[in-house]
Design a protein around this ligand. Sequence first.
Ligand SMILES: C[S@@+](CC[C@H](N)C(=O)[O-])C[C@H]1O[C@@H](n2cnc3c(N)ncnc32)[C@H](O)[C@@H]1O
Length: 230
Amino acid sequence: MNMLAALRNQMIFLTQFGKQFETTGSLVPSSRFLARSVTRYLADRPDRPIRVLECGPGTGAFTDRIIRHLRPGDTFDLVEINESFVDVLKERFSCESRWAAVQDQSQIHEIPVQDFEPQAPYDYIISGLPLVNFPAQLVAEIMEHYFRLLKPGGTLSYFEYMYIRPLRCRLARGAGGQRVREVSRIVESWIGRQGVARDSILLNLPPAWVQHLQADPDTGLAAADGRLQN
Ligand SMILES: C[S@@+](CC[C@H](N)C(=O)[O-])C[C@H]1O[C@@H](n2cnc3c(N)ncnc32)[C@H](O)[C@@H]1O
């Protein structure tokens, strides 16, 4: 991407932050260091064809990294709620050579991820959703949905800004405080059960933690959970 296009995407991000603060969740796109961390399990991919889902790609900070790991025969789905970001992504798939090379195996879905019902489960889910901004019930729904959409042994990688959730848990009062504490309880419980690693990324604005969670490798639990079957 050239400098001008990068600057224009930054401006679109900033505008969407103003218009849709809750779902956009940040002032600027994530850094390449954060993108590298959130895709590090994908970088260790097996030789067979894989299925990858990106949730909340925005202007494509993680997408640009994900596509480097795609090979012919893989499937890549992107789920984005915001029409302005969808337009940016479509343009990048048609104008940037590295993106255009994987266009045939990639599909953008303009839909909230909680309503996305694919035909088959994924090996990797990479999420940029700002869960800390959402109602607790939606966070519970999205986390359950992610694990329904993962293959047994599949990996979910997502990020959150460092210390924001614990700080808001301590400092926020009233209904807002209750909401963020409930969100925290939900994500901590998933991390406690399925978490496999956490990276600290200082070179991002603001610095961020990347959480990596893994679905149980045994299919028995998948069936009990109603997880999608291969
Ligand atoms: C913090 S931005 C991250 C964008 C990009 N991944 C990055 O790191 O620069 C959050 C993104 O999630 C999208 N989003 C928020 N809620 C969503 C939902 N329920 N379903 C799909 N996308 C959603 C927003 O529109 C936005 O693109």
